[in-house]
Design a protein around this ligand. Structure first.
Ligand code: ADP
Length: 685
């Protein structure tokens, strides 16, 4: 169906304006915006879901804050940039001025050399040669000097502004990243990571555009306008007024253009987001597409969104390609008016109409050249405002993230946790992610070197209990103590360093197998790594990888199975040798045979340290010193394996099903599970 509905334009290459700044700015509109992609996929309107909105609303002047907090370290480069920019522009204007001077004073000799200048006549008289040819070479020397020094100042200006922009961008990026790492875990829920990535990449990068190109253009434009204005008025204020007639017209035209084009660009951005999310969805779901043979259906859907993008883009292009010819027309009008009035003035030797005084040929030439140079900077003004607004919005988003308060904060005078025997005590702990408690009245003690197991249905709150120990969240009520110390009174770093965490979904960083095992214990030797891998039953498969311990793994490396990743994570914990071990479904992803092997090493690892284990397969925790059965966030049963079997409650029945002794749970438990499931589903809605 491609090509059937729309008179496709012959060439969609955008008609880019003649200067770099505008070109880059314009291109930006065609780049994808990741936050939108993620959000469109999840069907969420990001404006409503924006996690940093509250803080952002309180930021009064983000650009002032940006310059205040980050710009002050780089005053030197930016000052150098501003000064050099001014000089560079003034030097750029010298050659046409000297041409005018030469015409009047050297070639036509209508005026003495020093009087041909709009100002500084006395100085010129004292330095310029007296002969006609001497004055000619003097003029050439000034022009040559203007080009030479102009080049030096251009270089200096670029150095200054680029150095300013790059350094600020780097500082903002690293600060935002540092802050991101310290955000509460809530922020890492799926729907918010897209927004966070967008702040970290798009918004930070967008600052550079204004800080470099935008500021550079702003100063260049200001200097040009002031310098040209001063020279023209000094030469002949009456003709200067005539020459400036098109200026308000250009300002109005540019303003109207920006008003019209902005919503069109917004539409382009939104359609780009739709195209990307559709493509991403389809690449991710290719298995389903193939197996349901819906290729044609999906091709049509891609065609639809892509066509939407084409239409939106073409609409913007239609407006944009009218702008520059329009601007040329106005510039041409200005040129014609100046040419006619100035030309008649020179031709007749008297001022036309109500004008008075006289106009020299050389001055007329300077007017013609300068008025042309005036037009383009004026047209750029709208782009600079646009860039400024975007940088301001990005700064607000960046500071919105930076001002996010910590939910888990370090106490004043927090002490280093130095574990002696590793007793952990939960004293009537209650906690909820929102207003409703998720775990309630959790009360137990794990003695030094003991193992406590947490079992129970999904959503019962097992992981939450352990997240509280790691202080990913703070308790709402009650206290958790390690060796008798409230964990809120210790430093977060020392607390987490004393714990080893092996979870059900192990993330591997891009790097080698060895780097992944030594992650957090960076000084381990190869022998120690191999020893840990052997204990975790990982050595055999690692040896079979193409480069053994030096094999690249992670997102861009060799893909490992869930069970293999889990064993690397166990090896990581073994190497770390923590005081307290947390096993969150540590063997969930391995087959029964490997599990038996790993279990042996885990038992060894857990032997002399305080251990928390969450497990669905009850066989893996039956030897625990105490088993806590959680249901709906509360401890429903507790005791050793034998105690619980005698108790004949939920645990005993789950055990029966898993051990194959009974076929299914009694009706009472199934009904309870169904009720719970329905409740969870309702919560999710
Ligand atoms: P379990 O480990 O027993 O499967 P969890 O501790 O993961 O249970 O979850 C307990 C309850 O808390 C569930 O209802 C779950 O949906 C909810 N929950 C877990 N994490 C979060 C979170 N970050 N924000 C809000 N609710 C959460």
């Amino acid at each position: 169906m491609t090509g059937s509905r729309f008179p496709r334009p012959p060439n969609l290459t955008p008609d880019l304006p003649p200067w770099g700044v505008v070109a880059r700015e314009t291109m930006d509109f065609f780049l994808p915006v990741p936050s939108r992609i993620t959000d469109t996929m999840s069907g969420i309107d990001w404006e409503d879901e924006d996690p940093f909105e509250d803080q952002r609303d309180e930021i009064e002047n983000p650009m002032r804050r940006l310059f205040g907090e980050y710009g002050s370290d780089y005053k030197l480069p930016v000052s150098v940039g501003i000064v050099a920019s001014a000089f560079a522009r003034i030097l750029d204007l010298l050659p046409p001025l000297m041409l005018g001077v030469a015409i009047d004073a050297v070639f036509l000799e209508t005026v003495p050399y020093h009087e041909a200048f709009p100002f500084g006549g006395d100085l010129i008289r004292s330095v310029a040669p007296g002969t006609q040819e001497g004055q000619f070479w003097f003029t050439i020397a000034i022009v040559a000097g203007a080009f030479l020094f102009g080049a030096i100042f251009h270089w200096t200006r670029n150095w200054g502004f680029n150095s300013f922009a790059q350094n600020i961008q780097h500082d903002v990026r690293t600060d935002t990243y540092d802050k991101m790492q310290r955000l509460n875990m809530d922020f890492f829920a799926d729907k918010q990571t897209g927004e966070m990535m967008s702040v970290l990449s798009n918004d930070v990068n967008r600052l550079e555009r204004f800080l470099n190109d935008g500021m550079n253009s702003l100063f260049r434009m200001s200097v040009m306008i002031v310098a040209i204005g001063v020279v023209l008025f000094a030469f002949n204020w009456q003709l200067a007024l005539v020459a400036l007639v098109p200026v308000p017209l250009i300002a109005l035209f540019t303003y109207v253009f920006i008003k019209i084009i902005q919503p069109k660009y917004a539409e382009v951005r939104s359609t780009v987001g739709k195209v990307n999310s559709r493509l991403e969805n389809n690449v991710g779901g290719i298995k389903v597409i193939k197996s349901s043979t819906t290729e044609d259906y999906e091709s049509d859907r891609v065609d639809d969104v892509s066509f939407g993008y084409l239409e939106a883009n073409w609409d913007a292009i239609r407006t944009r390609i009218k702008f520059f010819p329009g601007l040329r027309l106005i510039a041409g009008l200005g040129f014609a008016i100046t040419f006619i009035v100035g030309g008649l003035w020179v031709l007749r030797g008297t001022a036309p109409g109500p004008l008075t005084g006289n106009l020299r040929e050389g001055t007329f030439v300077v007017f013609i050249i300068y008025t042309q140079r005036f037009i383009w900077p004026m047209a750029q003004f709208g782009q600079i405002i646009n860039m400024y607004q975007r940088a301001r919005a990005s700064s607000a988003r960046i500071f919105g993230l930076m001002d996010e308060p910590h939910r888990v904060a370090e106490a004043e005078g927090a002490t280093e946790l130095d574990i002696a025997d590793g007793t952990v005590e939960y004293d009537d702990v209650t906690f909820g992610y929102g207003d409703e408690p998720v775990v309630e009245d959790i009360d137990f003690v794990v003695g030094s070197g003991e193992t406590v197991a947490l079992v129970g249905p999904t959503g019962a709150g097992k992981s939450t209990v352990l997240k509280l120990l790691l202080r990913l969240y703070d308790v709402d009520d009650g206290v958790i103590r390690v060796d008798g110390t409230d964990i809120r009174e210790t430093t977060i770093r020392s607390l987490r360093q004393s714990m080893g965490y092996v979870s059900q979904d192990t993330y591997l960083f891009y790097g080698t197998v060895e780097q992944n095992i030594t992650y957090g214990t960076f000084d381990a030797t190869r022998e120690e790594v191999v020893e840990a891998a052997k204990m975790a039953e990982a050595h055999a498969f690692v040896q079979n990888l193409p480069d053994g311990y030096d094999t690249e793994v992670g997102e861009r490396g060799v893909k490992l199975s869930g069970g293999q990743r889990q064993r690397l994570s166990i090896a990581r914990a073994i190497l770390r040798d923590p005081d307290i071990l947390i096993l969150d479904e540590a063997t969930s992803d391995v087959d029964t045979e490997t599990e038996m092997l790993i279990q042996r090493s885990i038992d060894e690892l857990a032997a002399n340290r305080t251990t928390f284990a969450i497990a669905h397969r009850l066989s893996t925790i039956k030897d625990a010193d105490e088993i806590l059965v959680l249901e709906d966030g509360q401890i429903a049963e507790r005791g050793t394996h034998t105690d619980l079997l005698d108790n004949d409650g939920l645990y005993a029945h789950l055990w029966g099903v898993q051990a194959g002794e009974i076929d299914e749970l009694p009706q009472e438990f199934i009904e309870r599970a169904a009720r719970r499931q329905a409740r969870t589903d309702a919560d999710d809605d």
